[in-house]
Design a protein around this ligand. Sequence first.
Ligand SMILES: [Fe+2]
Length: 190
Amino acid sequence: MPELPFSIPLSSEAFQSHAELRHVQRRLSDLVDHFTDHSASNDILTDSNPLVYEYWEREYEGTSQGISFGMTRIHPGQVGNEYYLTKGHFHADDYGDEIHITLSGQGLLLLFNKDGSCQTFEMLADKMNYLPGNLAHRTINTGSTPLVFVGFWPPKIIHDYETILQNGFPKLVIAGPEGPELVNNLNFKI
Ligand SMILES: [Fe+2]
């Protein structure tokens, strides 16, 4: 944990070199159950285990003070026709709104309401997205360069990754002939 106050440039290089931020890497082997095309995953994993995304964060969990933040870098790539993505999660008790500011690359923020509806917001450099704490969220790199964004969220959020792992999102973002397409996820469990 960096001592407060502190200052840091908004670049992945600066976050990457800050030893006191928690660094987490997610490789394809960590994400096989989040992609729908298991045969494509297995094909890739026979040769390599690519880094799909990584983040550097400072999270306030056991205190009611502070603002959690993190920088995420999703690498460009696909598993089958599905773009590289983050696991995605709900916030337990629907608590905790979140702000994302995209720094570079291009992608989509996929939001999922418990009533089954989905919507997407573009992630483009210098664009901010605000999401309320009751919507599950996942970020997807639809471009050919890393998608880098910084996020801010309040303390004491409990992240629910398990519901998404078990049920998925109702929609997938895939590479279509003319670019990204939002399609139904046939494996989604209500
Ligand atoms: Fe979140």
